[in-house]
Design a protein around this ligand. Structure first.
Ligand code: CA
Ligand code: CA
Ligand code: CA
Length: 235
């Protein structure tokens, strides 16, 4: 599946700029909850490749609704941004669901199972969990939301969901006008399909160190304070 996101929510994006000093601000360029709450900053192009929108089940559907799911180790889920405004860093937040029979990195013949995050084509982080076999739980600086629950419609296997918004490692230097984020499974124990899958939700991409025109600074300071009150935590 390939979906090109067209910008909307323009006025809200303006509101969501917050000045950190007289000439720099943070700007949210993308937010997607896969429930219709898509936000793409005006002028920015965001293209998603891979990931199928599927529902979660009660009681988690009340908070998470739909998620973007993949069950392969070849294409994964990729978000490609272009025409980003000048910036010095990125703050990435998302919820990650490790769905079904994950065997961690020490689960014997069915391990290791890894979920890797690539940024601009380079390995950036790797996560694993022991929904089925193994003992190691690796979610970096993320926070556990739900452990061994029935989160998706494949209720034969338990699922674990983590909030990566708490991981300081996902605030990183970045200056290019393009950005690629890719989530993909790997590991010799990876089976995929209905056995192991992964999903993302509430994906938040915020640029830091965005230059703003001086005449507008005073206004953005005021509007930014209002805008940040609207920020939604992925948890
Ligand atoms: Ca959702
Ligand atoms: Ca496995
Ligand atoms: Ca499941």
């Amino acid at each position: 599946m390939k979906t090109t996101c067209t910008p909307y929510f323009g006025p809200l994006v303006a509101l969501l700029m917050a000045a950190s000093n007289a000439s720099e601000a943070s700007q949210i360029v993308y937010y997607n909850d896969f429930d219709g709450g898509l936000l793409v900053a005006p002028g920015v192009t965001a293209t998603q490749t891979g990931g199928v929108t599927v529902p979660t089940i009660a009681p988690y559907n009340a908070t998470y609704g739909n998620i973007a799911r993949a069950d392969d180790n070849t294409a994964g889920i990729e978000l490609v941004f272009s025409n980003l405004p000048a910036h010095t860093g990125v703050n990435l937040d998302f919820a990650l669901a490790l769905l079904d029979s994950w065997d961690s990195t020490d689960g014997g013949n069915f391990a290791p199972d890894l979920l890797e995050l690539f940024i601009d084509g380079a390995p950036f982080a790797a996560y694993t969990y022991n929904n089925a076999l193994g003992t190691i739980k690796d979610i970096d600086g993320g926070s556990l939301l739900y452990e061994y629950v029935q989160f998706d419609t494949n209720i034969f296997y338990n699922d674990t969901v983590v909030d990566l918004a708490t991981d300081p490692g996902l605030i990183f230097p970045h200056t290019a006008s393009t950005l690629s984020l890719k989530w993909i499974a790997s590991g010799t124990g990876w089976q995929g399909g209905s056995d192991e899958a992964y999903a993302i939700d509430k994906v938040w991409v915020e640029l830091t160190g965005v230059a703003i025109p001086e005449p507008a600074t005073w206004l953005l300071v005021a509007l930014g304070a209002a805008g940040f009150a609207l920020r939604r935590n992925v948890g």
